[in-house]
Design a protein around this ligand. Structure first.
Ligand code: NOJ
Length: 558
């Protein structure tokens, strides 16, 4: 009896030690920048590209769609670059068949898009009204993809909350969102789940929480500093878990799909990898980013370091409880393990060092972390201000995820680069360079044992880039937003990405260099096409106006 008790205790300790060491496995001191690796991806690796509803669809008030918080936010002056809105954007709502031809042209295995909640439930509340026209639109899109053998990966929430839910309840600040979101997800499983097998509950909840409810740069534009982001994230994590359980209990047997979440995170590299303080600061940066959401989902609770830092700072402020909400023990076990795969969105890296923020200057998510971010001025930054190209950070992040969350199945849901402002240059060699480097580091991560099953280039088209309006172009295809037909033109990176897909990787140096040369040759022809575009639109006008006039004249004369 005694002995078995001891053995039991020893096992318990062993399990604990194993759990702890599993989460501490990541080797901060080993950042080896190996040379380019020539080789291929595992068979069946899935290649794709992505988009999101508000960023591409347009048709913001058509066919019974309700308002989203982004419709309202962008219609207020001063919220976006040049007051740009997504009202018409790429007109993807009308041009989805054309876009699927582009996807075909690229030979993609999957396409990631999102469903606009207010397009199919105008107030966000199922019992109010289901908009069948909206339901039909996504159904047709899914059918068209499947007809061409392209797997749909569907995001349920890419930031466009129904405005009514914001106005009535305060959006993600309110716990009632959990049930409303679950009803919406359930409708999607009901209507599309026979054909859709990959579901992403939330896209990049970090942005929703921090930019929507803490800094106010994104819709709904609230600046609830030090509390708003934590509360929004808390409800989002619970809503995610609820939707996963709904699928698990009601649909999985019949539909045999997978449900995951897509988390975005920059990599944080210690400024000095031999300095323990820098290592701790870098780890905090990553834990406050991806760990904030991934740790509850994989381990049941927030990262210890978040609980410690936010708790201590809240106490110093004289608050009775932490600004970081807590999960009850039932909630912890309900949330733990609610991801069949992990979606990862990744764009860039920062160097991190420790920096103390005194609590008396006001508390925010940013000051709670006690870190400073730095960049190396030699890192290329072709586009968005925040986006430096640091391919090795991608491999580091993927290895970190592997060690922290028990080597989950990963789909890269977003990775790509933008270009500056109004650039109409289709010869985007900097994007080729970016994709080449990042995809290669992902290949190295797979060789390290990270379980990456698919890659989604972000994005298929240039599109509305949130508060940056149309000033930042992430597309493989250029969209001429000034032309009402919104024509699409392939950038050189289309040719390059196509070759990677065809070879399922990078066969050898000679060939890969040849791809780059060929890609840049074709883009000069496309550049000419783009330059000729005003003429094309003029010619359409001629057909629209002159041809009927000439015909009428002919009839009159005869
Ligand atoms: C992440 C967002 O999910 C996406 O919508 C956006 O286009 C990219 N970041 C680039 O900023």
């Amino acid at each position: 009896m005694m002995l078995s008790h001891r053995v039991g205790q020893a096992c318990h300790v062993l399990v604990l030690v194993l759990c702890l060491s599993a989460a501490e496995d990541f080797d901060w001191s080993a950042n080896n920048h190996d040379s380019f690796y020539y080789g291929t991806f595992p068979n069946g690796f899935s290649w794709g590209a992505g988009s999101s509803a508000y960023q591409t669809e347009g048709a913001w008030d058509k066919d019974g769609k309700g308002l989203s918080i982004w419709d309202v936010f962008t219609h207020k002056k001063g919220k976006t670059f040049l007051n740009d809105t997504g009202d018409s954007s790429c007109e993807g709502y009308y041009k989805f068949k054309d876009d699927i031809s582009l996807i075909k042209e690229l030979n993609l295995n999957h396409y990631r898009f999102s469903i606009s909640w207010p397009r199919i439930m105008p107030t966000g509340i199922r019992s109010d009204h289901v908009n069948e026209k909206g339901v039909k639109y996504y159904s047709a899109l899914i059918d068209e993809l499947l007809k061409h053998n392209i797997t749909p990966i569907v995001t349920l929430y890419h930031w466009d909350l129904p405005q009514v839910l914001q106005e009535k309840y305060g959006g993600w600040q309110n716990i009632s969102m959990i049930n409303y979101f679950n009803d919406f997800a359930n409708l999607c499983f009901e209507r599309y789940g026979d054909r859709v097998k990959y579901w992403i509950t939330f896209n990049n909840p970090w942005s929703v929480a921090v930019e929507g409810y803490e800094t106010g740069e994104h819709a709904p534009g609230l600046k609830l500093r030090g509390t708003g982001a934590y509360r929004a994230a808390h409800h989002i994590i619970k809503a995610h878990a609820k939707v996963w359980h709904t699928y698990d209990t009601q649909w999985r047997n019949k539909q045999r799909g997978m449900v995951g979440i897509s988390l975005s995170g920059d990599w944080g590299e210690p400024v000095d990898i031999t300095n323990q303080k820098d290592i701790e600061a870098a780890e905090r940066y990553v834990q406050f980013y991806i760990g904030w959401f991934a740790t509850p989902i994989f381990h049941g609770d927030y990262p210890q370091v978040m609980k410690d830092f936010i708790g201590r700072k809240s106490a110093q402020q004289g608050l009775g409880t932490s600004r970081l909400p807590t999960f009850s023990s039932q909630e912890k076990s309900y949330i733990k393990g609610t991801s069949d795969f992990l979606g990862v969105g990744h764009f860039t890296t920062r160097y991190i060092t420790q920096k103390n923020f005194p609590f008396n200057r006001g508390s925010t998510y940013f000051s709670d972390r006690d870190v400073a971010e730095l960049v190396d001025p030699r890192w290329p930054d072709p586009g968005s201000e925040w986006l430096y190209s640091v391919p090795w950070g991608f491999r580091r992040l993927l290895n970190f995820i592997k060690t922290q969350y028990g080597n989950p199945v990963i789909f890269i849901t977003e990775n790509g680069v933008s270009e500056k402002m109004m650039c109409t240059e289709l010869c985007d060699d900097w994007r080729i360079q970016y994709y080449k480097g990042y995809i290669n580091e992902m290949l190295k991560a797979i060789r390290d044992g990270v379980n990456v099953k698919g890659y989604t280039a972000w994005s298929l088209l240039d599109k509305f880039e949130w508060d940056e309006g149309y000033s930042e172009r992430f597309g493989l295809y250029y969209v001429d937003f000034k032309n009402k037909n919104k024509p699409r033109y392939p950038k050189a990176s289309v040719q390059f990405y196509k070759r990677i897909i065809k070879s399922n990787g990078f066969p050898n140096q000679r060939e890969v260099e040849n791809w780059k040369m060929k890609a840049t040759e074709t883009c000069s022809t496309s550049n000419q096409l783009l330059a000729a575009d005003p003429l094309t639109s003029h010619m359409e006008m001629v057909t629209e106006v002159v041809v009927p006039t000439v015909c009428t004249l002919c009839i009159l004369i005869s």
